[in-house]
Design a protein around this ligand. Structure first.
Ligand code: GDP
Ligand code: ZN
Length: 355
């Protein structure tokens, strides 16, 4: 496998040469507990973490996950030891289960995420806003994919609706019922690019992966239904190289909505609302009827829909609670910065230049 086709860069190779010239560059394609499957230049390898990686890694969060680039010590043509995880460019994480609200990484180095919605019964702008927030948090770009367009009588209408919340993300309608149905999506796959699929169960992610890879690697719902072991034991996170270069990551963990996103990500996903808030007359405007409230004005004029405003408040509230639980000091710091930022922005708007 030519690792450049999977996104290896000159920087990545150089950084490995610098820290460990005797080790081999490889990418994690499957991560299951402490066993990994790796792709390296010359072969695929089974791997385990080295003792040093295991004991020196303070946070469990720094252990390899699917998509990670690692420094591997090849033991024999089939086995390797992972000595280090190379710096991650992007990261999807979820809240670790349990009381302590740690981030638990689930997939790394994703360039682009397909936020998949179904045009059957699943279509829901509020859920889409949540997915967009998660994409922003991860650092990956997003494409909104409206699947099952064959079942929808008003595809143009749905595209327009989705565009109202998608921000900079392109919106495409596709279906998996014919090869041509996926054409709008193919231009987003590229040599060296890693794409992940995110969306609720049943929207057609496995079908999309099957069509895009031209293989029946993942079982779709019909098959799973007849499998008594159930879907969770039959699927796993996997990075799948694409025939034309690039890779797809299908991660069952990312189907759930318990992904991690902070307040900053919410603000960026709803940037027009964050922008409005800087125009309120009072610095600590709670947007609950204060005079000169830009949010109230936008709600009054219809420039902002009550549904979107509610969605923003809900996601921001969630992010705030989780950030405060995970790191009380960071949460306080963020709050202070946010206020300063709004004040600074307001001072600019109020300066004579802007009058
Ligand atoms: P996943 O849970 O997101 O992986 O969804 P699946 O790929 O398992 O698909 C769920 C169901 O939707 C299956 O019955 C698929 O056959 C069906 N499906 C997937 N894509 C399409 C599509 O484009 N059109 C229609 N009509 N059905 C689809
Ligand atoms: Zn306000």
């Amino acid at each position: 496998m030519n690792l450049e086709r999977l996104g290896a860069t000159a920087e990545l190779r150089a950084s490995l040469l610098r820290i460990a010239p005797d080790l081999t560059l490889a990418r994690v394609t499957v991560s299951h507990r402490d066993r990994y499957r790796l792709i390296a230049d010359s072969f695929d390898l089974d791997a385990e973490p080295s003792g040093a990686l295991w004991y020196n890694t303070a946070a469990r969060a720094a252990m390899p996950v699917v998509g990670d680039w690692v420094a591997a010590r090849v033991v024999n043509p089939e086995q390797a030891i992972v000595e280090a995880v190379l710096p991650r460019r992007t990261l999807f994480a979820r809240r670790a289960p349990g009381r302590r609200e740690d981030q638990q990484p689930i997939a790394a180095n994703i360039d682009l995420v397909f936020l998949v919605c179904g045009l059957d019964g699943d279509f829901n702008l509020r859920r889409l806003e949540r997915y967009l927030t998660l994409a922003v948090e991860s650092g990956a770009d997003a494409v909104v994919v409206l699947n099952k367009s064959d079942l929808c009588g008003d595809v143009a209408g749905r595209l327009a609706e989705a565009a109202t919340v998608a921000g900079a993300a392109p919106v495409v309608a596709v279906h998996t019922r014919s090869a041509a149905g996926l054409d709008p999506l193919r231009r987003y796959l590229a040599d060296g690019r890693t794409v992940a699929l995110l969306g609720s169960s049943g929207v057609g992610k496995s079908s999309l992966v099957n069509c895009l890879t031209g293989e029946d690697r993942l079982r779709t719902a019909e098959v799973r239904a007849s499998d008594s072991r159930g879907r969770h034991t039959t699927t796993h996170r996997e990075l799948i190289p694409l025939p034309g270069g690039g890779a797809l990551i299908d991660t069952p963990g990312m189907r759930e909505l318990q992904l991690w996103a902070g307040e900053d990500a919410v603000d960026r996903a709803f940037d027009e609302i964050a922008g409005l808030a800087t125009e309120c007359r009072y610095r600590d405007c709670a947007h609950t009827g204060e005079p000169g409230c830009a949010v109230e004005n936008a709600l009054g004029s219809g420039a902002l829909t009550p549904e979107r405003w509610e969605s923003y408040r809900k996601l921001r509230g969630e992010a705030q609670r989780h950030e405060a639980l995970a790191d009380p000091l960071l949460a306080l710091e963020r709050k202070r910065k946010w206020k300063q930022m709004h004040k600074a922005a307001r001072d600019i708007y109020k300066s004579p230049k802007h009058r």
